[in-house]
Design a protein around this ligand. Structure first.
Ligand SMILES: Nc1ncnc2c1ncn2[C@@H]1O[C@H](COS(=O)(=O)NC(=O)[C@@H](N)CS)[C@@H](O)[C@H]1O
Ligand SMILES: [Zn+2]
Length: 484
């Protein structure tokens, strides 16, 4: 039966929809008395842990070792790489006292861990046999964000900050690592049913200290993009600043080449935003803490024991490795539907006396709000098939939304119309000169995400096109968007 999915509030007033859902779905509590720092509530943390479990498995699969560095970094270590300092010194939190005593060397709370890790890399990495060196951690980091903070999206304590740091014997091997990071990211995006685009950041907006930066962006319901992952190639910039050298097979000493790969709780913000609707969250079964909620529907004077039937079904699903919960609260079924739809539980199973007698069960899908009756003995397979259908549908729906928000134009005027109408991403010819790029950012009041990655994609359809600012031959397609 056709579902009645509504997305008015989701699309017309996304900011309010999002802020309400953070609370009503039990993700985080924003009332912590430090701006930009929020409390993870049990349900939200369970979802984030399911996302991180996948990241840990990908790190295992690709030979990254997990480490755990201190959160405090001495100013002396922080001061070693010029561009990095310039990029972060206005963003770090300082620790200046211990008890009553002022510290002789001030400490910073890590904004990211290059300056914590790299003096140790210098001690740990001695020979080509130590390379490629690949570590990662998922920790809290701190950034004094001055723009509007928003739970999960722009916070001052990034409490689930994923950072992978690698060292290599050559630029080529570092490039191989970036490709592996993109593969890991793609696996994660599929796991979350989330489509995305990758852009190579313009020179003026790369990570401080990087040779180049890649950004993975998703399309949010309000037509703005959210960067949910970054990969950076550092070449030997940090190796020279932190003296990270290795002995080659010929007995020479060379500086290592390095990369980093970063993500955060923004991944959860993206899942909430992209898949949600006016009834609340819609969680992909891959990360839902409760994949199936069973709602017994007792009818007075009907002798069938719907509770026993529900528990028996739960038992069988649990044995099949499915995360299931039976809602035995003494409240109206409709109230239960409302609660579990709000929390985005992908599948609901309803069982009344008739279902017990007929050995049936009703499967209700959260993504389409449709229902179907299945035979009791086919239930486990039907639930598994429904999970696959939900993953496919969520990805399909999100892909259509993203594609419909990317527009190729030739002029600034056309680009302005796109942003007027629905925002989204504009792709426009560009000569590659910084001043033209900055001019377009100003004219469009939008950020240049960069050029499509990989390189060949950045030149698709560029023949004969002119830069709309200077009129010179366009060398790339440039992407612009309003961003979070
Ligand atoms: N204030 C913030 N709140 C939430 N997530 C953030 C915030 N700032 C950055 N992030 C996320 O953290 C990721 C990595 O941050 S970063 O600055 O781009 N890159 C680094 O710090 C590199 N050292 C790689 S770990 C970003 O892609 C973004 O998804
Ligand atoms: Zn130009």
């Amino acid at each position: 039966m056709a579902g009645k999915v509504k997305r008015e509030k989701w699309s017309e007033n996304f900011s309010e929809w999002y802020n309400e859902l953070i609370e009503t779905a039990g993700i985080q509590d924003k009332r912590y008395p430090v701006k930009g720092m929020n409390i993870w509530l049990p349900y939200g943390l369970k979802i984030m842990r399911n996302i991180e479990r996948f990241i840990h498995s990908e790190m295992e699969r690709t030979g990254h070792d997990e480490v755990l560095f201190p959160a405090l970094i001495p100013e002396t270590e922080f001061q070693k790489e010029a561009e990095h300092i310039a990029g972060f010194e206005g963003e770090v939190f300082w620790v200046t006292h211990a008890g009553h005593d002022p510290l002789d060397i001030r400490l910073i709370l890590r904004p990211t861990s290059e300056t914590a890790m790299y003096s140790m890399f210098s001690l740990w990495i001695r020979s080509h046999a130590d390379l490629p060196f690949k570590v990662y951690q998922i920790v809290n980091t701190y950034r004094y964000e001055t723009k509007h903070t928003r739970p999960l999206i722009r916070v001052r304590e990034i409490s689930r900050f994923f950072e992978a740091h690698t060292a290599h014997d050559s630029y080529e091997d570092a490039e191989r690592q970036i490709k592996e990071d993109l593969e890991i990211f793609d696996n994660l995006a599929k796991f979350l049913a989330i489509p995305y685009i990758v852009s190579k950041r313009p020179e003026w907006d790369k990570f401080p200290g990087a040779y180049y930066s890649l950004g993975a962006e998703v399309m949010m319901p309000d037509g703005r993009t959210l960067q949910i992952g970054t990969m950076h190639n550092y070449k030997q910039n940090f190796a020279k600043a932190y003296n990270i050298q290795y002995e080659t097979e010929e007995g020479e000493h060379e500086y290592v080449h390095q990369t980093t790969f970063g993500m955060s709780e923004r991944l959860l913000a993206a899942v909430m935003a992209i898949h949600g609707d006016d009834n609340g969250l819609v969680l992909p079964p891959t990360i839902a803490p409760i994949q199936v909620v069973i709602v017994p529907i007792p009818k007075k004077d009907a002798e069938a024991d719907v509770f026993a039937y529900a528990r028996e079904i739960a038992e069988e699903l649990r044995d099949a490795g499915i995360r299931v919960h039976v809602d035995e609260r003494d409240i109206r079924p409709g109230r239960k539907y409302y609660d579990w739809e709000m929390k985005g539980v992908p599948v609901r199973i309803e069982v009344g006396p008739r279902d017990v007698k007929g050995k049936k069960a009703v499967i209700a899908r959260r993504d389409t709000l449709t229902k179907e009756v299945v035979d009791r003995e086919e239930l486990v397979d039907a639930v598994r098939k429904t999970f696959d259908e939900i993953m496919e549908n969520l990805y399909q729906r999100a892909s259509e939304f993203l594609e419909s928000h990317i527009k190729r134009v030739d002029t600034i005027e056309e680009a302005k119309d796109v942003f007027e109408d629905r925002r989204g991403i504009v792709e426009i010819p560009w000569c590659g000169e910084e001043e033209c790029g900055l001019k377009m950012e100003e004219e469009l009041d939008a950020k240049m995400l960069g050029t499509p990655y990989p390189e060949e994609k950045a030149k698709e359809g560029i023949e004969g096109k002119k830069c709309p600012v200077c009129g010179r031959e366009a060398k790339f397609i440039a992407r612009f968007a309003r961003t979070y």
